[in-house]
Design a protein. Structure first.
Length: 215
């Protein structure tokens, strides 16, 4: 599996250009991409990172990490996913970085998603949907989600996001209309971000394997 992730990560280098600031996601496949990006450290201006984990790895390779407020709009964002449907809509947040990932994706002209074939699904929802919540609103949000969707919220105990918040993982969903669900969940008071990337899906999906697929 590591080799498949490496294949997808290296293929994503084709979208990197000289003097670019690259948006960087989080996770094991992205870690492979950061390792590959190290060869570009003298040619790119730096990176905008979605997590402390990715920031540490970028800095270890000598790649400058730039605040998004200073970087402005980005040309490229590279990240993985926990699920990807045929319309390039995603579930993300298994690593807990969904809010910053969503912000950088929204700020980027092109979103390249790198995955292995096991992440491809016909309908999103088998992977529990992460929702980042303000800690004091955890129970309120959980009750609202249960009532509105029928999904089963489970608190990811022991996990605190880089933003200081908590995560609910929503089980038993079959997401027929991801854009609608994303919009509805965002309206619940106490929700910070939803791990559905449907309103802003990926532009390109690279699937590692033999051969590598570019969708």
């Amino acid at each position: 599996m590591t080799e498949v992730k490496r294949q997808a990560a290296e293929r994503a280098l084709a979208y990197v250009e000289d003097d670019m600031i690259v948006g960087i996601g989080t996770g094991s496949t992205v870690a492979c991409f950061i390792d590959a990006l190290a060869a570009w450290k003298g040619r790119i201006r730096g990176a905008v990172s979605s997590s402390e984990q990715s920031t540490a790895q970028l800095k270890a390779h000598g790649i400058d990490v730039i605040d998004l407020n200073s970087a402005g709009p980005l040309s490229l964002y590279v990240d993985g996913a926990d699920e990807c449907d045929p319309h390039k809509r995603l579930i993300k947040g298994g690593g807990g970085a969904l809010t910053r990932e969503k912000i950088i994706a929204q700020a980027s002209q092109r979103f390249v998603c790198i995955i292995d074939a096991s992440k491809q699904v016909p309908i999103l929802g088998h992977f529990p949907l992460p929702v980042e919540v303000i800690p004091m609103a955890r129970s309120l949000v959980a009750r609202a989600i249960l009532a509105d969707t029928g999904g089963q919220p489970v608190w990811r105990e022991g996990t605190v996001t880089d933003n200081g918040n908590w995560i609910l993982d929503i089980h038993n969903l079959r997401i027929i209309d991801p854009v609608k669900l994303e919009t509805e969940l965002n309206q619940i008071p106490g929700v910070v971000s939803v791990g559905l990337f449907a309103r802003r899906p990926a532009d390109v999906v690279i699937v590692g394997g033999e051969p590598v697929q570019v969708l």
